[in-house]
Design a protein around this ligand. Structure first.
Ligand SMILES: Cc1cc2nc3c(=O)[nH]c(=O)nc-3n(C[C@H](O)[C@H](O)[C@H](O)COP(=O)(O)OP(=O)(O)OC[C@H]3O[C@@H](n4cnc5c(N)ncnc54)[C@H](O)[C@@H]3O)c2cc1C
Length: 334
């Protein structure tokens, strides 16, 4: 993009930020115009739009900040394009979004600020973003969403469940990646979850989910998921990737369900048999929070180059769980 276009986009966006609650007003106006002109798009969004508006503004700010170095923003836009496949987004929707975007900006900026040049600069930028997203979406393989049937739901802690699902189609992903999921009792509320195992030939995936107090989706997954439930699962995302240099050492640090993508990588490298020297630090508040230690100890037995180090804030479990902690969880090094 040329410097003049970047400067026009940036300065007009900055002016909107300078209006009291300008960004909030813009986001509200953008969605209002989009839903009024293309009512069919409303079904893809949750009833409460606050989080959605925040996400939109964060993404716009990031993209605008990076316009001089498109290479740093390309992966994000490509990923957004692939992620949006789950909504069934078409080229027509991109055009509708672009129109609503420009209309909301023009409305808020007013005729003095919203000159023909500014309008042109924004339309160029929006078209460029849309083309990157569409291209990435079109080059993605497989169906936009897979259906996963819950085959196991284990409550390993009061607030944490391990859920295994069988997918209807194979999904190729790099261990360390995450996916967007939608569960049946929380329609239109997509949430990201990390895949806790590498891909298996029988299309089984595993997620570790912690209940967030006051959250919409995680309490439903932890507390209400049933065998036989069907989830929608979007394309694999993220670039944590697998370590491909066996001669170098690596340190991994994970807390709570944050170990999910790390364990997927550890299982995968163990299967490949070219493990780099690895120190995995697993953290929690109490020893009983280290819910997956059995599996991690098992990995250290087959992989002598893996060391698991447990790190807990307290050395003993609190009194209310001490009687229910399994022996394997309380025996590891700390
Ligand atoms: C790349 C990625 C991978 C993820 N992988 C996993 C995973 O493997 N397992 C897993 O359990 N979760 C994972 N998450 C988090 C998950 O996507 C949800 O954000 C989380 O489950 C909360 O969703 P909710 O609907 O219950 O809460 P929401 O309804 O979205 O949020 C309710 C309130 O809780 C706050 N909140 C949201 N998340 C947290 C949090 N973690 N801690 C404290 N407050 C929070 C929100 O700000 C909001 O105020 C991942 C997130 C990302 C971005």
């Amino acid at each position: 993009m040329d410097p003049l276009t970047i400067s026009l986009v940036r300065s007009s966006f900055k002016s909107i930020g300078a209006i009291p609650e300008g960004e909030e007003k813009f986001a509200r106006s953008f969605y209002a115009i989009l839903f009024a002109t293309h009512p069919e798009t409303r079904q893809h969004f949750p009833a409460a739009m606050d989080t959605q508006r925040d996400r939109l503004m964060r993404a716009i700010r990031y993209v605008i900040d990076q316009l001089e170095t498109p290479e740093s923003v390309l992966p994000l836009l490509a990923q957004l394009g692939r992620d949006h496949r789950k909504y069934g987004v078409t080229e027509e929707h991109y055009i509708a979004v672009g129109e609503a975007f420009a209309a909301a900006l023009a409305d808020l900026a007013g005729p003095e600020l919203w000159t023909d040049e500014t309008d042109h600069a924004w339309r160029l930028t929006i078209a460029l973003i849309a083309s990157i997203m569409t291209e990435a979406a079109n080059s993605d393989e497989g169906p936009p969403t897979r259906v996963g049937t819950v085959i196991e739901h284990r409550r390993v802690l009061g607030d944490l469940a391990i859920v295994r699902l069988e997918l209807d189609h194979t999904m190729s992903y790099e261990p360390g990646q995450y996916v967007s999921v939608q569960v049946p009792n929380r329609p239109r509320m997509w949430r990201y979850l990390s895949l806790a195992t590498p891909p298996t030939p029988d299309r089984i995936v595993e997620f570790h989910v912690r209940r967030v107090s006051g959250g919409w989706v995680s309490p439903a997954i932890v507390g209400e998921s049933q065998i036989g439930d069907t989830w929608l699962i979007g394309s694999p995302l993220g670039s944590l990737g697998v370590w491909r240099e066996p001669r170098r050492s690596r340190h991994m640090i994970g807390e709570g369900t944050g170990i999910a993508p790390l364990r997927a990588q550890l299982i995968e490298t163990a299967q490949r048999g070219d493990n780099p020297r690895t120190h995995l630090f697993v953290g929690g508040t109490y020893p009983c929070d280290l819910y997956d230690l059995d599996m991690l100890w098992a990995l250290t037995r087959t992989n002598p180059r893996l060391t698991v180090i447990t790190v807990t804030e307290y050395s003993d479990n609190p009194w209310w769980v001490s009687r229910t902690v399994s022996p394997a969880m309380s025996m590891g090094p700390s």
